[in-house]
Design a protein around this ligand. Structure first.
Ligand code: MN
Length: 738
């Protein structure tokens, strides 16, 4: 300190004394204080010649960060020291070896983590993402790195005013994008809220000002309303003898801004601008009972909305949040959210896990959940196949997700994000179970893989060794564990198939007496316009490439009369068609009886190329954009359509006026419905010569349920039909419904 000017010294020592005051309860021994002082002196010396943009000596920043760590996040001496040192290796001559020599291994590890992830300010978007990934990678090592980084970011946001406007925006959006959700996930509610509000201030200054002003102006009215609302409650609560405090808390500017934007309402239309919080001074063993007693008093007085009861005391959220929430109707007809919790819970809610570490002995289950979360992140980052931006997306998804609670068949509770499906659950249990999953039973009822789970569901996964991950699964899974597992398996699958293709190509080369050399292969790649051998080999394995021309190509470098197959596009088309089939088999029903308008339930039109008329042999062809087209079976296009797009062909018949027939309904269910529509229509209209009135199939990723309404001559005819239907692969149950 001796080389600082007198005026700088004054500023620095004042800040330092503030830090010491704030960290008093964490400095239990004289050694703690000496340790912090040592870090302070060391850092002050290292940053001697530096100043912040605001003109203050640089060391005020590490001091402020250290103070946030202890005062607002509840961290102890190690974190305080590391926060003081956090910029030394990055910005001064100090090396990691110096830190290890002077302070120790633990400090070196933490500073190393902090150094690796700093400097994100001047980098491009994807590099920021990479930095963020690095930061997450340090999580399993020492979660303090993340806490200190968040404190660093919070102080930078608080002092963002002295930065250039373009930098302000950039830092603010990065904060909103990455750091605020991270704070949320770590349960640092106060930090998260402040980060969001500060970010909004710099990204949407007008909107921020407008809401802030309106909040100020309406403060008095709000205060009056709150006190009127609270005072009768107080009387009742006082009678219980419980020790408590009660207050109305305004919601954050950012959350109000979000509500205005999402629900397209005005500030004046938002009813829940504040929540009433009742904080109990209860012994830990009584806090649950006491909270419910308060709930009982509150709801005796005000009518609760039964849909808005949230019991996060019995089932804490995975970021550690515990509280009992209800929303009640006030006498003026406004809904008011009530949050009931103990002082301990309140501290965790505001400061997060670190604050609760002092209670950890008695709250094992929250610890376990936190560990489970860290492990999930570890799974995610250790999956090297995931590229960085994907990773950020997945990670953010997990950060923002609301949670549901579901049970295994043994009654074990598992936490999943909202909208998680049966397949997510399977992957959550184990990657291998997910990969083999063919369906699930929810509360003993069979459901498809894509079925969205609800809180309280009991889920049993059905697996099959024949199952392999499908690309379509990516459309409905929401957890990053499921996504990365599926993506990885799909890649492996392609690689495996490509191996076969490579072997085929080698055999072909051998037979043609061509050397399998890099040069020859790369010549092929060029001629077939593939970027890498993997794609080429894959297409060869799929039989999409005419190998008979290889000799020509290699020898003459000749021209290729070859159109490169566009696999992904074709896949997309098939998917679209499947969707159409699904939709059109949905609620309205399907009729492929032609020529009877009273039965016409499906939109079809007659193809222009062959203009069929009643009496012709015809078939239906499902087009992508134009519904069903009816073609004559001897239409010039029919062979091409039937052979290339068999799965889109539907049997069709003109209504027969002569036969007497009876309408029956048959319900059927099954798993793995690919091609089921085709087999079914083939069977019914083909071999059995039955007229269909309608055929509904509700199909989701392999599980389906359908209803066939058809004209049947007699019961023998019907028995025949049902027996044959049961014989179709994939159909599990067939039942007559009328
Ligand atoms: Mn810093």
């Amino acid at each position: 300190m001796k080389d600082y000017s007198e005026s700088d010294k004054k500023i620095i020592l004042k800040a330092y004394r503030g830090l010491l005051r704030a960290s008093k309860k964490f400095r239990t021994t004289p050694e703690d204080t000496a340790y912090i002082r040592k870090a302070f002196n060391y850092s002050a010396e290292a940053h001697m010649s530096m100043r912040r943009k605001s003109g203050e000596p640089y060391i005020t920043h590490p001091i402020a960060v250290a103070r946030i760590c202890t005062e607002e996040i509840g961290l102890g001496a190690t974190s305080i020291a590391c926060a003081l040192l956090h910029d030394t290796v990055e910005d001064t001559d100090v090396t990691l070896e110096d830190i290890e020599r002077i302070f120790g291994r633990r400090e070196k590890r933490i500073i190393d983590g902090l150094t690796k992830i700093s400097g994100a300010f001047d980098l491009s978007t994807s590099d920021q993402a990479e930095n963020f990934r690095k930061m997450i990678l340090t999580l399993p090592d020492d979660v303090r790195v993340i806490f200190i980084k968040l404190a660093d970011r919070l102080h930078n946001m608080r002092t963002l005013g002295s930065m250039r406007a373009d930098k302000q925006r950039k830092i603010a959006s990065e904060t909103l994008f990455l750091y605020a959700p991270l704070a949320h996930r770590l349960g640092l509610n106060a930090v998260k809220t402040e980060l969001e509000d500060l970010s909004l201030k710099y990204t949407e200054p007008e909107a921020f000002e407008e809401i802030a002003t309106k909040l100020r102006k309406s403060q008095e009215i709000r205060a009056r309303f709150i006190s009127q609302f609270i005072s009768p409650l107080k009387k009742e609560l006082d009678k219980t003898g419980l020790k408590y405090s009660i207050k109305g808390r305004p919601k954050s500017i950012y959350s109000i801004y979000n509500k205005i934007k999402k629900k397209k309402v005005t500030f004046e239309e938002i009813y829940d601008l504040f929540a009433v919080r009742i904080i109990l001074d209860s012994k830990q063993e009584n806090e649950k009972t006491d909270s419910w007693r308060v709930y009982s008093v509150v709801t005796d007085f005000y009518r609760p909305n039964p849909d808005r009861l949230r019991d996060w005391i019995t089932n804490p959220r995975s970021n550690g949040y515990e509280s009992l929430h209800t929303t009640v109707m006030s006498p003026t007809g406004k809904w008011v959210e009530i949050q009931i919790r103990s002082e301990r819970m309140d501290e965790i809610a505001e400061k997060g896990m670190a604050a609760h570490w002092k209670y950890k002995d008695s709250k094992k289950k929250i610890e376990n959940k936190f560990d489970a979360w860290i492990n999930k992140i570890r799974d995610l980052v250790e999956n090297k196949e995931t590229d960085t931006l994907d990773f950020i997306d997945d990670f953010k998804l997990n950060l923002y997700a609301e949670e549901i609670y579901v049970f295994t068949p043994n009654g074990d509770l598992r936490t999943l994000p909202k909208d998680a499906t049966a397949l997510d659950f399977a992957f959550d249990i184990h990657g291998d179970i997910g990969k083999k999953c063919i369906g699930a039973k929810i509360n003993h009822k069979l459901v498809p893989l894509s079925h969205q789970l609800g809180s309280g569901d009991q889920v049993e996964i059905i697996t099959s060794n024949k199952q392999t991950p499908k690309e379509a699964w990516l459309d409905f899974v929401v957890t990053s564990k499921a996504r990365s597992n599926i993506k990885q398996s799909l890649k492996e699958e392609v690689k495996k198939i490509a191996e076969d293709g490579k072997a085929t190509l080698k055999r072909k080369f051998n037979a043609l007496k061509i050397n399998y050399t890099d040069k020859n292969v790369s010549h092929l790649l060029k001629m077939y316009d593939f970027k890498n051998p993997l794609d080429l080999n894959y297409q060869i394995a799929q039989g999409k490439i005419d190998l008979s021309k290889i000799k020509d190509i290699i020898e003459k470098g000749g021209n290729l009369n070859f159109e490169k197959p566009r696999a992904p596009e074709k896949e997309k088309k098939i998917k679209e068609v499947r969707e159409i089939i699904t939709n059109f088999g949905g609620k309205t029903g399907e009729s492929i009886i032609l020529g009877d308008e009273s039965l016409k339930q499906v939109d079809y039109s007659l193809a222009k190329c062959c203009s069929p008329i009643p009496g012709d042999n015809v078939f239906g062809f499902l087009t992508i954009n134009d519904g069903i087209k009816i073609h004559r079976t001897n239409c010039p296009n029919s062979v091409q359509l039937m052979s290339n797009y068999g799965y889109r062909v539907l049997k069709a018949k003109w209504k027969s006026q002569t036969d007497r027939e009876f309408l029956v309904g048959v319900e059927f269910t099954g798993i793995d419905g690919m091609g089921i529509l085709n087999s079914l229509t083939n069977l019914v209209t083909g071999s059995l010569n039955i007229n269909i009135k309608s055929l509904n199939i509700g199909s989701e990723d392999g599980f389906f349920k359908g209803e066939l309404k058809a004209y049947i001559h007699d019961t023998k005819h019907l028995d025949d039909l049902m027996k044959k239907m049961e014989g179709i692969e994939g159909i599990k149950t067939v039942e007559r419904v009328y």
